[in-house]
Design a protein around this ligand. Sequence first.
Ligand code: HEM
Ligand SMILES: *[C@@H]1O[C@H](CO)[C@@H](O)[C@H](O)[C@H]1NC(C)=O
Ligand SMILES: *[C@@H]1O[C@H](CO)[C@@H](O)[C@H](O)[C@H]1NC(C)=O
Ligand SMILES: *[C@@H]1O[C@H](CO)[C@@H](O)[C@H](O)[C@H]1NC(C)=O
Length: 338
Amino acid sequence: MAMRLFLSFLFRLTLVLFLLDSAYAQALRVGFYKNSCPDAEAIVRKTVASYFSQDPTVSGPLLRLHFHDCFVRGCDGSVLLNSTKTTSAEKDAMPNHSLDGFYVIDAAKEALEKACPGIVSCADIIALAARDAVSLATGSVGKETRTAGNYVWEVPTGRRDGIVSMASEALANLPSPYAEITQLKASFAAKGLSAKDLAILSGAHTIGNSHCYSFESRLYNFTGRGDTDPTLDPKYAIKLRSQCKPGDETTTVEMVPGSSTTFDTKYYKLVMKRRGLFHSDEALLQDKETIDYVYSRLDSPKSSFFFDFGVSMVKMGRIGVLTGKAGEIRKQCALVNS
Ligand code: HEM
Ligand SMILES: *[C@@H]1O[C@H](CO)[C@@H](O)[C@H](O)[C@H]1NC(C)=O
Ligand SMILES: *[C@@H]1O[C@H](CO)[C@@H](O)[C@H](O)[C@H]1NC(C)=O
Ligand SMILES: *[C@@H]1O[C@H](CO)[C@@H](O)[C@H](O)[C@H]1NC(C)=O
């Protein structure tokens, strides 16, 4: 009797462990490539570092790619896919969101395919490259001496690549720079991200550049009556108008003047002064939770923002991921395997 009970207990325990194990197999985890491709993270880091040392402005596009990947169909590398004869891909959405940095992802992929063919997904490369770009842009870590502990955050990996990319989904899922706080919160909530995540992740705009056309109407024709966005500091509007003439398609402006390649908390100081480039940046001042986060940056150390940013990035990096046997590991990031 005791033996039967024990056996039944053992059976149940085995079942539970098996179920737990398969549940975990479906989840992302730090060090997913430890055995299958031990140098995976080092290869991505080396690639990003080599481009960064030639041109530190590469960090902005790399960080933004991860956001655009995750918000459209989950973090499945769909942002990297080229359009086909029959479908227009995310990167060709109108406007195509001036995405950049694809060549860095492609270079990392090429090196990874040499080291361990068919193992590392393009979606994971984007996630790792975003982390490495931010870590390099903090400027506080040496390029060669960095160990995993020096990263701003650890990236759970194990994403697989999707096979679909649609321009229409990019338009539908990415928030507009003219969005109000309620729209921004709703857009983030639809991805399982909170108002606090919104305030934290908007801090990404502490690095990078924007085309004039992304905020032009704030300067010249905000409501269609030749007016300026009242949430923009009027003095700053004068400065921006001198940099961005109406109809300018090519000029870019630093998100944070003089500091667009340094990852820090200056963005929040600008937003407080109503000098964020986008209406969506100023919108953070329209909600209790987001304004609290913005103002709390004044008397918090940079490290507390870095910590928060890492936590929110890991959360963003889990949106709609494909794991286990779903999707595929692309051979080339711009093409699905045939
Ligand atoms: C909250 C909603 C957001 C809106 C409305 C928004 C909008 C934009 C726009 C319009 C640009 C300028 C594109 C151009 O004209 O070149 C931009 C740039 C950028 N965004 Fe966002 N963004 C948002 C959230 C995020 C998030 C969550 C991240 C990353 C975690 C991010 C990272 C970046 C970066 C790094 C750049 C600079 C890109 C470069 O230097 O080329 N953004 N964003
Ligand atoms: C994807 O499209 C870009 C731009 O049209 C092109 O330069 C690139 O060669 C394409 N990639 C592949 C793998 O076909
Ligand atoms: C976005 O569109 C412009 C103009 O059509 C094109 O020059 C640019 O290469 C496109 N960018 C991407 C990433 O496809
Ligand atoms: C401002 O916007 C209105 C409404 O969209 C438009 O009719 C008008 O032509 C615009 N003015 C300028 C100077 O672009």
